[in-house]
Design a protein around this ligand. Sequence first.
Ligand SMILES: [Zn+2]
Length: 346
Amino acid sequence: MTPGSSRKGNNILDTQDGLWDDLGTMKHTLELPKTLQQAVTFFSDPQKTFDYAVMLRWPDGKVTCPRCEGKKHSFISTRRIWYCKGCKKQFTVKVGTIFEDSPLGMDKWMIAVWMITNCKNGISSYEIARALGITQKSAWHMLHRVRLAMHAKDTVQIGGPGQEVEVDETFIGGAARFMHKGRRKRVITERGVKDKLAVMGMLQRGGEIRAAVVPFRRKFHLQGQIRAHVKAQSAIYSDALLSYQGLNGDFVHKTIDHAESYVDGQIHTNGLENFWSLLKRGLKGTYIAVEPFHMFRYLDEQVFRYNNRHLAHDGDRFHRVMSHIAGRRLTYEQLTGKGTDAVHQA
Ligand SMILES: [Zn+2]
């Protein structure tokens, strides 16, 4: 996470690197897992799992009701639930998180979060279903909820004076190609989406990436993304696409004409090319058929792994996702319906 991040909320872990070292007293009471094997052992213990979840939800140790924010409640330890004296309702540690209403145990959830967070090319719902002994439909829903936690809600701008930022777009063309003919027809006509989706990326060299699905590669859309995500006075490198013309003034813009060459000293977009190949490998190899309107979720997933690639071990990445589970919900209806994705994408 960039220093000076303006993130709000009580995600104490957002502003720190070396998460494990900074957990202070919590670390002494809970020996947190660093590998998948340790995670399986750790999360097979319901009490440890519960303590871990409580620690993430209420880092200051003050349990508050997720419905009315009341602080007066009684704890029923045998069932690990609270009874709120304010709104007279019960709540669990899952209420108000991506796990709310899920009949699946936390042990299964933790393993799913671990795997999607750390598998470089992602993991399919079929693999998760087999690994956990659940249905593919449940696994699919589960993975999308985890992607919601991987989505960076209010990211800070990248770049700045003296910083180099590569910008580029790519087309994701595989989505419809792998689909069954009938499904392809439905997706393409109902959604009004053609075979390919345009994705735009901005990468600060040596730093973080921002990426988004864009409706068109027009100046308005591409430069809108740049101005939203990149600080003024950054050095911007792009190809010679006309949509990028007019950035000079606010930025120091240099272009490379890909018809002539791909690298001219510092001017190239090779960092983003690497990211595109990672993204496409994941989409083609692991996910096979992605509906275009879910593309931004896969993008969130790959961006998360990329931006957290320097963390010391898998446990760090896992923990970072887990610190974002609260305040986010995604029901099956929302996921398969038509209205909510647009809201999230905005
Ligand atoms: Zn309450």
